[in-house]
Unconditional design. Structure first.
Length: 188
């Protein structure tokens, strides 16, 4: 029946039918392209946003390191979420921005030459939830009565956007070395 309909069709109807068929094919191609390319565009946008967030977190980490070097507890606290949880290399846990600022003030008082530096190895951002993880190496050093102490290891931090800004919700410091002084002989 299809064959006969085609044979019975006028040349004008055949041209229209062929044109309609070509339009339908192009329409399908366009729809397919949109279906394929739209998610890629979205992934590209998320990738760009993740890259910007990663750079911002690294910048904030550098600011935090500089605040520690200055013994600026207010500067350190600026990167913390209000309910931040910090697990120190000694396994002590401190909850809250203000409590962690007080801990730093006590450390600075007891160890006037103390320095801590965290160097990120990786920052991974989950754009839809506005959260990120940071992994890296840390080192701390100070003078004790019996000599210089250097402690270091791996750290992990969880960041989250709060009120439009990246803040640290948690940090965990795991030591893998301790050199100098009796401090290193005592297991926490």
């Amino acid at each position: 029946m299809t064959v006969r309909a085609t044979l019975d069709a006028s040349p004008r109807q055949t041209r229209r039918s062929t044109a309609d068929s070509r339009c339908a094919r192009w329409a399908r191609r366009i729809v397919l392209a949109v279906i394929v390319l739209a998610p890629l565009q979205m992934l590209s946008a998320q990738g760009s946003e993740a890259a910007r967030a990663s750079q911002e977190i690294r910048r904030l980490r550098a600011e935090s390191n500089a605040a520690i070097a200055r013994h600026d507890t207010a500067g350190i606290a600026r990167t913390f979420a209000p309910n931040v949880v910090v697990v120190a290399s000694t396994s002590s846990q401190t909850v809250g921005r203000d409590a962690n600022a007080r801990v730093f003030a006590e450390i600075f008082q007891a160890r006037p030459d103390v320095t801590y530096r965290r160097t990120p190895d990786a920052v991974e951002v989950f754009v839809p939830w506005h959260m990120a993880s940071e992994r890296g190496r840390w080192v701390g050093s100070w003078s004790d009565a019996d000599g210089k102490v250097t402690v270091g290891g791996t750290y992990f931090a969880k960041w989250r956007v709060l009120d439009g800004a990246w803040k640290i919700e948690s940090e965990t410091f795991v030591p893998d070395r301790c050199d100098g002084a009796k401090y290193c002989e005592k297991v926490p």
